[in-house]
Design a protein around this ligand. Structure first.
Ligand code: A1CAB
Length: 325
């Protein structure tokens, strides 16, 4: 299933009334690093708040960061956020308290190594929540850390009142609402809860649910989560080549960026046309592009890319080998 973009209105019932009606009221970012800020930047422009009757949240978001000096920077950059340097801050979880009609997303945006500790904080903060109330939806973006691991850290003893979990893999262009997000929900997440997470991510990226196997999320992470780096690396090589042949760097950069945007848009708008055919369209038979492409292929571009993606995937899988991470 592919979900295209939408507007997010916090506090508005977002779901098909045939499903359980949930109001998304608050989003907690655990970790205030690159991905948290990319998402917050993507949200900043596009979000409006429609309060549920009788409800007046002071803060739309919460952000936690380990470094105290960073709390000030984040508060200035995101004035609607409650910023704290502790995942065990009582106020953090009070702001996010749900009743039976509200939903709250906790996004784990820390380094993968901190996930276990973060899950422990989330679990402890919700230890005394009555069974009828909604637990927050725990959303991760750590490749390799499985739903089974997350559930064992969040719900070590109980088989009832489980935290709904959704694994996601967004990428850095979410900051300009041009991201791509792959996701896979746990079987304990209800249709409304999955809709809630999808609606959230659709603000800054089309989302795709990877089926049928959870491990495919790691493949998506290797090509799409890491993807901007693959593309930037290729652009960097093109720019360096252009500069070697005398083109000024700024000119090379702007020509190559626009070429990348145009080529991506062209390919995206015509999904029925293969990339091989689009390459042929550029190549005059026996001409310069054809010769250059042949050289790239002969030098092993395909093997190099496959090897790099495999290496990245292997690293993601090793990450899942917790507790050593
Ligand atoms: O490099 C990493 O580990 C993460 C995964 C996807 C993008 N960055």
């Amino acid at each position: 299933m592919v979900y295209s973009s939408c507007q997010l209105k916090l506090g508005q019932a977002l779901w098909d009334p045939k499903l359980k009606n949930l109001y998304l009221t608050h989003i907690t970012f655990i970790g205030g690093g690159t991905m948290a800020c990319a998402i917050l930047d993507g949200l900043a422009e596009s979000m409006s708040t429609t309060l549920k009757p009788g409800q007046a949240p002071e803060h739309t978001f919460s952000i936690t960061t380990r470094r105290q000096e960073r709390t000030m920077q984040l508060s200035e950059r995101y004035p609607r956020a409650y910023v704290t340097d502790s995942n065990d801050d009582g106020r953090l979880w009070e702001l996010a308290r749900n009743d039976e009609s509200t939903a709250h997303i906790v996004l784990i945006c820390t380094k993968p190594q901190s996930t276990l500790e973060v899950c422990q904080s989330i679990r402890l903060a919700h230890k005394s929540i009555p069974a009828a109330y909604n637990l927050p939806i725990v959303v991760t973006m750590c490749p390799g850390i499985t739903i089974a691991q997350l559930e064992s850290w969040l719900n070590p003893h109980s088989h009832s009142n489980r935290f709904p979990v959704v694994r996601t893999m967004p990428n850095t262009p979410v900051s300009i609402r041009q991201g791509a997000t792959a996701l896979v929900p746990s079987r304990w997440a209800s249709a409304s809860e999955v809709d809630c997470v999808v609606t959230f991510f659709r603000v800054f990226s089309p989302c795709v649910e990877v089926l049928p196997k959870e491990t495919l999320l790691d493949v998506a992470a290797a090509v799409s989560g890491s993807g901007p780096a693959w593309i930037f690396q290729y652009y960097k090589s093109l720019i360096e080549a252009a500069v070697q042949w005398g083109l000024p760097e700024d000119l090379a950069r702007s020509l190559i960026m626009q070429t990348g945007i145009g080529a991506s848009m062209l390919a995206n708008e015509q999904p029925e046309i293969s990339l091989s055919s689009m390459i042929s369209d550029v190549c005059v038979p026996g001409g310069s592009t054809e010769k250059g492409i042949k050289r790239l292929v002969d030098l092993g571009l395909q093997e190099a890319v496959a090897d790099a993606v495999g290496t990245s995937l292997g690293a993601n899988h090793r990450m899942g080998g917790h507790p050593s991470l």
